[in-house]
Write a protein that binds this ligand. Structure first.
Ligand code: 5GP
Ligand code: MN
Length: 334
């Protein structure tokens, strides 16, 4: 039996299912999880979505957003759900350390584990692995998963809105990581009646005054440009977090501004958080930031978008980054 048919047979009888996605969930993590949950509920399953940390509120237009359980807020309840689940879907992550301590519960769970993901180098913890690093997003793969199961006709606008959210956020509004199939999926979702403009309006026109003030501060006072290395970096201190009342999600997208400079092919955003320093890396074209993230910052992700973290002082991380940039010899192919 093919893998997809094995999964299909697991889904024949109603079951308790948990959908998990990664810490600091983004539009793809949230959108693909909600879409899959709505879909599985149509197949009569009992479904819970559990995310390690809270969701940015601009995704609250998605139906079911309020039901998402947050491990940071409800440790015991979430653990119990994972332990009781008969099937666990792992969406948009491929290493158990991306879901914090819940990773242990997943590892020792007897449930059937199904990973659907598009990040590089999946860890072998799932029974079924649907991994395609050529996909724009996990949402694109979840769409294909539903089609491959033979249930395309069950995809409705509610499911489609989650999937479209993942497509649009992980591709930066169809600017990168696309392939012809990405547009096919988008076209099919539009055909179903998904409100593509409305969704983008919710996601991208939802800033508050403080976000633009923070962006201004980052660009004016916190940006270092290493022109000869085609690299730029912005950092934020704990004091900045206080001064600008920065909450989770408020810094989303700032890293991308640096890539708007013609000569800049790699951008880093370094944030001093309460107990760790978090690093976001982005690049254009052939520059591989996944390697840089995994080699230097205990992280990973994709070739053009990766992240990592360090348990160190901000100044030390900045120095490490600056030294690393000094040694860079980026081969710009344009
Ligand atoms: P972001 O910079 O938006 O947090 O993340 C960019 C990409 O890198 C995402 O695909 C995310 O999953 C991945 N990523 C971010 N932080 C980490 C990390 O600490 N470890 C790993 N393995 N991947 C990360
Ligand atoms: Mn994704």
């Amino acid at each position: 039996m093919t893998e997809i048919n094995q999964i299909k047979s697991l889904l024949v009888m109603p079951k308790d299912i948990v959908i998990l996605s990664h810490r600091n969930p983004d539009g793809d993590a949230i959108g693909s999880s909600l879409a899959l949950a709505h879909f599985l509920r149509k197949l009569k399953h009992k479904v819970d979505i559990i995310l390690p940390s809270e969701c940015p509120t601009n995704f609250k237009y998605l139906e079911g957003f309020e039901e998402i359980m947050i491990f940071d807020l409800k440790h015991d309840e979430c653990r119990e759900k994972v332990n009781e689940a008969k099937i666990i879907f792992c969406l948009d992550f491929n290493a158990l350390d991306r879901i914090d301590k819940l990773g242990e519960n997943v590892q020792f769970s007897k449930a059937d584990k199904i990973m659907i993901d598009h990040h590089l180098d999946p860890e072998p913890f799932a029974d079924f692995v649907i991994s395609d690093t050529g996909a724009s997003s996990t949402s694109e793969l979840v769409f294909k998963f539903m089609v491959d199961l033979g249930y395309e006709n069950m995809i409705d606008p509610k499911i489609g809105s989650g999937l479209f959210t993942g497509l649009v956020t992980d591709t930066g509004s169809f600017k990168y990581a696309t392939r012809p199939y990405t547009y096919e999926v988008a076209g099919k979702l539009k055909q179903l009646g998904v409100d593509d403009y409305g969704i983008q309006n919710h996601i991208f026109n939802a800033l508050k005054e403080k976000h633009l003030r923070l962006l201004g501060h980052c660009l004016a006072n916190r940006m270092e440009v290493y022109s000869d290395k085609h690299t730029a970096m912005i950092y934020l201190t704990k004091q900045d977090y206080k001064d600008f009342n920065i909450q989770r999600g408020d810094t989303e997208g700032i890293v991308n501004y640096m890539l708007m400079m013609e000569n800049i092919h790699m951008a880093a955003f370094i944030m001093e958080q309460p107990s760790i320093v978090k690093i976001s890396l982005r690049s254009k074209g052939s520059i591989d930031v996944q390697q840089i993230a995994s080699k230097n910052f205990n992280g990973g992700g994709h070739k053009n978008a990766s992240g990592g973290s360090a348990y160190a002082k901000l100044e030390d991380v900045l120095d490490k980054f600056r030294k690393m940039v000094e040694g860079l010899n980026l081969q710009i192919i344009s």
